[in-house]
Design a protein around this ligand. Structure first.
Ligand SMILES: Cc1cc2nc3c(=O)[nH]c(=O)nc-3n(C[C@H](O)[C@H](O)[C@H](O)COP(=O)(O)O)c2cc1C
Length: 170
């Protein structure tokens, strides 16, 4: 099947080299997030880039000791700037919008040769305090970025296509 190599080859990386990310490369990743689609084009996001080692260690603690969080040379905290807007179908838009932006950044990062890990297992209040996020806003997810020190073998355990699709009705 002719799929994008970034999609086929991406795996979650949880062991990072120490070396940081070239600022121009980071800019391209952020640009990929900036141009992401969002409901009504509201763009309800703010991306906070964290590279400071002390802060990354605080993030590790706030993520219940997940060592890869502190090890990643750069973390993009994907935050909301509006948590109220509901789409006409009644669903909140911000988790979806921010997931699209994070996904675009993730694949740009893979394209740049970086490893990535999405993290949502964290004490949100602790992250809000570290980042001075207003209480009315949410930290939706962290995107860890860095050069992979090694990747765990990926077994690509996914449900078979026939289990997750159907045509014309459920
Ligand atoms: C919404 C979401 C939340 C996740 N949260 C975490 C997390 O807190 N910590 C972590 O190490 N990995 C986390 N992951 C990574 C998943 O465990 C990983 O994507 C999944 O096991 C499939 O493996 P793969 O990415 O290598 O294909 C998360 C992924 C997603 C999409």
């Amino acid at each position: 099947m002719d799929l994008l190599p970034e999609i086929v080859n991406r795996v979650t990386v949880r062991h990072f080299e120490e070396r940081g990310i070239d600022p121009a490369c980071l800019d391209r990743i952020l640009e990929a997030g900036r141009i992401a689609p969002s409901a009504k084009n509201r763009q309800p996001w703010r991306f906070i880039i964290v590279q400071d080692e002390r802060k990354r260690k605080m993030f590790e603690q706030a993520s219940f000791g997940q060592e890869h969080v502190g090890q990643a040379p750069a973390i993009i905290a994907c935050c909301s700037t509006n948590i109220e807007y509901r789409m006409p179908n009644g669903q909140l838009s911000y988790p979806i919008d921010i997931s699209f932006a994070a996904t675009q950044m993730m694949f740009q990062a893979v394209h740049e040769g970086l490893g990535t890990c999405v993290v949502t297992t964290f004490d949100e209040a602790a992250l809000q305090e570290i980042l001075t996020v207003p209480y009315s806003m949410r930290v939706v997810m962290l995107l860890l970025l860095g050069y992979a020190a090694h990747t765990e073998p990926s077994f690509r355990e996914r449900l078979a296509l026939e289990r997750i699709i159907s045509y014309e009705h459920w």
